[in-house]
Ligand binder design. Structure first.
Ligand SMILES: [Zn+2]
Length: 228
């Protein structure tokens, strides 16, 4: 069994992808920050080939850039204290590429995981690194054993998180119940089911969900037609 997460065992997510703020030139956090609690070994989060391994003056410090097999995605693992791989080397989920550190532009020891989609050799957009690793895009403490993937040679985005797709217009509410502040999501929206049947309010059973795209966490009234 393997995971798509750069740490094994307990780890902390200290800053989620997409957080807005002046700390970042782009105005938002382009990756996900994780701190390994059980181990400082940083694993490749994919099967691929190392393209760069060295020091970046732009803020990443010691970092590794990996090209995912059969895709144009590049994975950046930044702020490492040590690098164990070289450009050109093949890696898998279970390859240790370095050790967590605080090199480059950081306020403490952590690993910044960033995913960039490339086109014709140029980065065109940043993807949600939490989604990529199959973990909640939310500050908190987690354990990699809860987020295993079935097949370590898989290059698809299969995770153990239960996902459902809205079949109809759906409000994700900030609190369970019809009085909770509502955010409308359209049919086709994919959500991670964080917890089912968290409450029975206003005649509905409520599920706690997280939008895969926006990371919004909230509550959805379960109906027969809610999910596809
Ligand atoms: Zn970061």
């Amino acid at each position: 069994m393997a995971t798509r997460i750069c740490f094994t065992g307990k780890f902390k997510e200290t800053c989620e992808y997409g957080r807005k703020g002046n700390l970042w030139k782009s105005g938002y956090h382009g990756g996900t920050d994780l701190v390994g609690l059980d181990s400082e070994k940083v694993y490749s989060v994919c099967n691929g080939t190392v393209e760069r391994a060295g020091y970046d003056n732009g803020g990443f410090g010691n970092y590794v850039r990996i090209k995912e097999d059969n895709s144009e995605k590049r994975i950046y693992l930044a702020h490492l204290s040590k690098i164990y791989v070289k450009a050109g080397q093949k890696v898998t989920y279970t390859t240790v590429v370095g050790l967590m550190g605080d090199t480059g532009n950081t306020t403490g020891k952590h690993t910044h995981v960033e995913i960039r989609e490339f086109k014709n050799g140029v980065a065109v957009k940043k993807l949600n690194a939490s989604d990529y690793m199959g973990i909640p895009n939310k500050v908190g403490e987690y354990n990699s054993s809860d987020y295993q993937i079935g097949n370590s040679s898989s290059t698809t985005n299969i995770t153990q998180i239960k996902q459902k797709v809205f079949a109809v217009n759906t409000n994700i509410r900030e609190t369970p119940g019809l009085n909770g502040i509502a955010h409308l999501y359209l049919p086709g929206t994919t959500v991670n089911i964080l917890e089912e049947n968290v409450a029975n309010i206003d005649g509905y059973t409520w599920d706690k969900v997280e939008s895969v795209v926006t990371g919004r966490v909230g509550y959805v009234a379960r109906t027969d037609t809610r999910y596809k």
